[in-house]
Design a protein around this ligand. Structure first.
Ligand SMILES: Nc1ncnc2c1ncn2[C@@H]1O[C@H](COP(=O)(O)OP(=O)(O)OP(=O)(O)O)[C@@H](O)[C@H]1O
Ligand SMILES: [Mg+2]
Length: 263
């Protein structure tokens, strides 16, 4: 039997002692794309931050477990979790450019982050980065490497962010609304790209999105959250075509369409 790669089991999460996520359980199988949807404040970011130990000083998993490779992430010593985040997990932000240092060239920042995980020399690193840029549709990889974050458009920035995440060859890519700062066309391209990465590299992806069109286009399973509680979890066809809960039907009714990606 295939084991889940990541498993949330009856997870409660609090900030400053106030519970914001209640009894959430779902699994992510290897090679899958799982989307988390729900209105603002429903706990989507909190759930993925918990898996990466990024809840901050006032956040805490107060009950339940998040299982990865036989270990409970909330019980893991900080050092082990840091190692895991450098090797097995990677994160794509809503605004990748803002997460980079503004006054250092992209190539320098990539080299620094690669050195933190493995021994590599600069020419090797540049070659890997440029190959990754090319495969992610960045036309002039040499120029991207020599650029500062402010030289890049939002769409290029998200591709650079995804490239940096993938260069560490993660088993799980956590993406928190990676397209919400982009215009609709570039959004569709970045989503298409995530689908390709999943197919070609087998990278498991846990994706937070507001957009049910995105879910329809690329997800295998979907978790619907409301006020920190699980509304439903199931295969994308089941949840989108036969939602059992009124809340899911409301979300679907309000969904923008990503027609380009369908069919
Ligand atoms: N660092 C924090 N300290 C205190 N409360 C927080 C913190 N981060 C999030 N919260 C609260 O936890 C709840 C869930 O927030 P979270 O950011 O996970 O929601 P979300 O679904 O990602 O929302 P959005 O769609 O707006 O990004 C909200 O009530 C939020 O106010
Ligand atoms: Mg969020």
């Amino acid at each position: 039997m295939i084991e889940p790669l990541l498993e949330y089991s009856h997870v409660d999460i609090s900030y400053n002692g106030v519970a914001v996520v209640h009894d959430v359980s779902f699994s992510v199988m290897p090679g899958e794309i799982v989307c988390i949807v729900g209105e603002s404040g429903s706990g989507k970011s909190t759930l993925i931050k918990a898996a990466m130990g990024q809840l901050g000083a006032n956040g805490c998993v107060t009950r339940g477990d998040i299982w990865y490779g036989g270990s409970s992430i909330p019980d893991m010593p900080a050092r082990n979790l840091r190692l895991l985040c450098g090797s097995d997990f990677a994160f794509v932000f809503q605004d990748c450019l803002a997460a980079l240092a503004p006054i250092r060239r992209i190539g320098d920042q990539i080299y620094e982050s690669m050195l933190a995980h493995r021994s590599i020399n600069r020419p090797e690193c540049d070659k890997l980065a440029m190959d990754m840029f090319s495969s992610l549709g960045l036309d002039d990889p040499e120029r991207v490497l020599a650029s500062y974050p402010f030289n890049l458009s939002g769409g290029m920035g998200q591709r650079v962010g995804i490239a940096i995440a993938l260069l560490s060859e993660p088993r799980i890519l956590f993406a928190d609304e990676p397209t919400s700062a982009l215009d609709v066309i570039v959004q569709a391209q970045v989503i298409e790209l995530l689908g390709e990465i999943n197919e070609k590299l087998g990278t498991t992806i846990l994706l937070v999105t507001h957009n049910m069109g995105v879910v329809r286009a690329i997800a295998d399973h979907v978790l619907v959250l409301k006020d920190g509680e699980m509304v439903e979890f199931g295969s994308v066809d089941r949840v989108l075509d036969n939602p059992t809960e009124a809340y899911t039907r409301d979300l679907l009714a309000a969904a923008p369409k990503l027609e380009r990606l369908e069919g």
